[in-house]
Design a protein around this ligand. Sequence first.
Ligand code: SF4
Ligand code: SF4
Ligand code: SF4
Length: 202
Amino acid sequence: MKGRRKPRYAMLMDTWTCVACKACVLACKSENAVPDGFCRDWLVEVTEGVFPDLRLENRSERCNHCEHPPCVHACPTGASHVSEGGVVLVTHHKCTGCKACIAACPYGARYVHPEGHVDKCTFCLHRVQRGQEPACVEVCPTGSLLFGDLNEPDSEVSRTLRARAHKVLKPETGCEPRVFFLVDRPAGTARSNEVAWTEAAR
Ligand code: SF4
Ligand code: SF4
Ligand code: SF4
């Protein structure tokens, strides 16, 4: 469309509403034929605070599709590259499995596929290009995952990032991740993954 800026895709993950059901992990494996023993996304559960002021932070993590991706710079064959919308991809037939990208990624987001090439999250670009949500976003029963265009000021991801406190993982790397974790309690919601019985202990 004339005058329209190119998209810059991002994902938001609500650490408050996620119930760690791992539906996102299963949906990804099914959608992307991820082999047994490997995954493109995974759950991290972190307990914060001191009893009785405890909070459980659930994070569904994946490749951050970094603005400055060291994996791409490390790849000697050009297999790892930045594609449409800033999505970082691996062209399988160009990948020699040398693992330079795996060593360069600070997030442990890549693995060697049994077929010999490196694999990781693609932001489900094949689905996005069809007008669909990524599989993990579509299946999440609590709506804890959001996907959209940061270059579109009225997109839900842009509006949510303006409204909610958020963080990225390992900001000190300078990679500028485009997976953002929402860290404040969503307005109008009841307590979600807080440990309910701690209040009874007061
Ligand atoms: Fe959390 Fe949603 Fe993934 Fe379930 S599907 S673990 S609620 S992000
Ligand atoms: Fe590359 Fe790792 Fe960043 Fe993904 S998270 S773009 S694999 S450096
Ligand atoms: Fe897997 Fe697609 Fe979600 Fe990435 S965006 S974790 S490839 S389902």
